[in-house]
Ligand binder design. Sequence first.
Ligand code: PRP
Length: 182
Amino acid sequence: MNQAVERILISQEEIDAITTRLAAEIDRDYKDSDKRLVLLCVLKGSLVFTGDLMKKLTVPVEIDCMKVSSYGSSTESSGSVHIQLDLVRPDLPDCDVLIIEDIVDSGNTLTFLTNYLKAKGANSVKTCTLLDKPSRRRVPFEPDYRGVEIPDEFVIGYGLDYDERFRALPYIGILKPEVYGG
Ligand code: PRP
């Protein structure tokens, strides 16, 4: 185990089971749609989750990416969301967009992105998150597909970082407080 990790919160095997369940739910809901299903990976944290989830889907999917900033400092969410990499595709009215997130915290990012993509004309916009921290909500938000609820701990791995480190860990771990000065 990485020395910065206090304990493993969700193992590789558990992540695999969660993504398998989510993929089955998504397959079930989109299999009869005649629109293009676009998995929208929200960089950078959902990169690993998106890659694993797409491999488990049987419905045809396309991939796109956006990058937004939400965390003002390393451990706290800022209220505002800024687009750093936009989605540019003129066929959004023909697309069912499924936004893929690693984690929902305050809810600011997915509230913003859902409204933004609807305003840009997407046929439909839904959200899928691996992790959900409902205790941290600042705006009411419910993901359409939720992997697992987690407590208010600083989690890293499987795409999630602390100061750009630990994204490559294959599990979700709790960061030792001394690493971030907590
Ligand atoms: C994290 C995470 C979500 C967002 C969730 O991204 O990946 O996108 O914050 O927080 P919210 O619900 O409070 O909006 P971050 O800004 O840390 O960027 P990263 O994915 O590049 O690490």
